[in-house]
Design a binder for this molecule. Structure first.
Ligand code: NAI
Length: 492
């Protein structure tokens, strides 16, 4: 049977397969789950719509889900993050480029926004007679948002007018989404409501997507149960921190190859991602300055030895500016206008609204020069004595995925083991009453015992010798000798 897909180039499949093979060795958590659950096929009957960076590591996740019985359709959750060779290898699967037999993937590096929202529709649109998707695996919440907006507008019978530039919350991207939904309401009325009815739940990867889910749940608008994978300890305290510690310098080096040592780096946001970013930059010898709005995180940064300042106070000092807040409007055009010549500006928060790219493009007389894909010089005051430029990476989108290949396999094995377990939970517990361990239309985190299990699956590979509690020590602490070891409120 042929599959539908859209990727850059199927001839890259062999190169992708080699990388996937090496990644499997670095992803012991996912491979252990394949061994544990392969025989019982807990995801048989699951039809998963996946929206998550289509990288080599994600290929290992996808093939873990199919090894557990799921059918899958996949798109990337970012226009620049796909590794084309990984996408090709997943499509080809065990077949050949002439006769692919793998998973339908709709993702390529450098999509337009129109392409991006087309791919999001492809993962939610399953072949006639298949029954449609019954699970979503999301990163940043775009697939979940598209479905919720579709249902909302179908109930209202109309899609609102496109916002005008300057309206609060305006983004060109939002007008693309509204156009997609306007067309689908005209062509296939009731389409999104029908799809949503079949969905048993969503598992969400990242801080930003989780925020969106809690907002939907608080408003009573969440259409199905959700598992917040991000706040498994073995996700946010590992991927967000140690992952970025690896992939931020990787992105900076591949983009600019500018020496980081000795420079002044400004990191906006000192949450999990900001902590990893600051540590990486300091490790390279940069003097790091942190900006924060939360007194606790600001104090942490100060105690960790960083200067903490307002962005406005350090604009003329920074050689590198990195946003990691998950918030909007962090570095604005008038900030960038005051930076040093050839300061580098990049974002590692989920969306591109941390850096005011639209405002930058509107600065009178500004000129954008492509140095190479995903690296742009923006020239101010050309031809005057004050002519200078700044360098913006990945057009303000996740630079560690746009300029490099995202987090490495070992850390993603932790995140994706949580994803796999969360998919099994929501899929297999569907229909179970809440009082018997089922899930309501709320947002849940995985129980600590599963979090500890994910960590455990990664110890051997690092040669970790874990101390075991004696019976009397366990009694003294009031815990089971087999775990969980910490109370829910423990913060790690
Ligand atoms: P977090 O909530 O732990 O940290 C964000 C920090 O930014 C908070 O401490 C907050 O107080 C601070 N902040 C908010 N507004 C600010 C402002 N105006 N100025 C200065 N600081 C401000 O979130 P986390 O987990 O660190 O994630 C941050 C972003 O990175 C999210 O969008 C998340 O989805 C994304 N992410 C990106 C990854 C990547 O590979 N690039 C990996 C994981 C998460």
């Amino acid at each position: 049977m042929s599959i539908d897909f859209k990727v850059a180039d199927l001839s890259l499949a062999e190169a992708g397969r080699h990388q996937i093979r090496l990644a499997e060795h670095e992803m012991p958590g996912l491979m252990a789950l394949r061994r544990e659950y392969g025989p019982s096929q807990p995801l048989a009957g699951a039809r998963i719509a996946g929206s998550l960076h289509m990288t080599v590591q994600t290929a290992v996740l996808i093939e873990t889900l199919t090894a557990l019985g799921a059918e899958v359709r996949w798109a990337s959750c970012n226009i620049f993050s796909t590794q084309d060779e990984a996408a090709a290898a997943v499509v080809v699967g065990n077949g050949s480029p002439e006769n692919p037999a793998g998973v339908p993937v709709f993702a390529w590096k450098n999509e337009s926004l129109e392409d991006y929202w087309w791919t999001a529709q492809q993962i939610l649109t399953w072949p006639e007679g298949s029954g449609g998707p019954n699970m979503i695996l999301d990163d940043g919440g775009d697939a979940t948002m598209l479905l919720h907006k579709g249902v909302e507008f179908e109930a209202a019978g109309e899609v609102p007018e496109n916002p005008q530039e300057g309206d609060d919350g305006y983004s060109y991207e939002y007008t693309v989404i509204l156009d997609v939904l306007r067309r689908s309401l005209a062509e296939t009325p009731g389409r999104w409501t029908e799809i949503a009815k079949g969905v048993r739940g969503v598992t969400e990867e990242t801080t930003t997507g989780v925020l969106r889910l809690y907002q939907l749940a608080a408003e009573g608008r969440l259409l199905f149960p959700a598992i917040n994978v991000n706040d498994s300890v073995t996700k946010s305290k590992f991927d967000n921190k140690y992952g970025i510690r690896h992939s931020l310098p990787d992105g900076l080096n591949r983009a600019t190859d500018t020496l980081i040592g000795g420079k002044v780096a400004v990191v906006c946001g000192y949450g999990d991602v900001g902590k990893g970013a600051a540590e990486a930059l300091r490790g390279q010898g940069a003097r790091v300055i942190v900006t924060e709005i939360d007194p606790i995180c600001a104090l942490q940064a100060a105690m960790d030895g960083y200067q903490v300042a307002k962005l406005e106070s350090v604009l003329g000092q920074g050689d590198l500016f990195i946003t990691a807040t998950g918030n909007k409007d962090i570095i604005m055009a008038d900030h960038m206008a005051k930076m040093k010549h050839q300061a580098i500006v990049g974002n590692v928060g989920h969306f591109d609204n941390e850096i005011d790219m639209a405002g930058l493009a509107r600065v009178p007389g500004i000129r954008k020069v492509e140095i190479k894909p995903q690296v742009h010089e923006w020239v101010f005051d050309e031809g005057t004595d004050s002519q200078r430029s700044i360098i913006v990476l990945s057009e303000g989108r996740l630079l560690n995925l746009g300029n490099a290949t995202g987090h490495p396999s070992f850390v993603m094995s932790n995140s994706f083991a949580n994803q796999t377990i969360a998919q099994i939970e929501l899929f297999t517990k569907h229909g179970t009453p809440v009082e018997d361990g089922g899930y309501a239309n709320q947002v849940y985190v995985l129980p600590k015992v599963l979090d500890e299990k994910v960590a455990r699956l990664h110890l051997d590979a690092l040669g970790v010798e874990l101390t075991e509690l004696t019976k009397s020590q366990a009694e003294y602490l009031g815990v089971d000798a087999a775990g969980p070891f910490k109370p829910e409120h423990y913060r790690y």
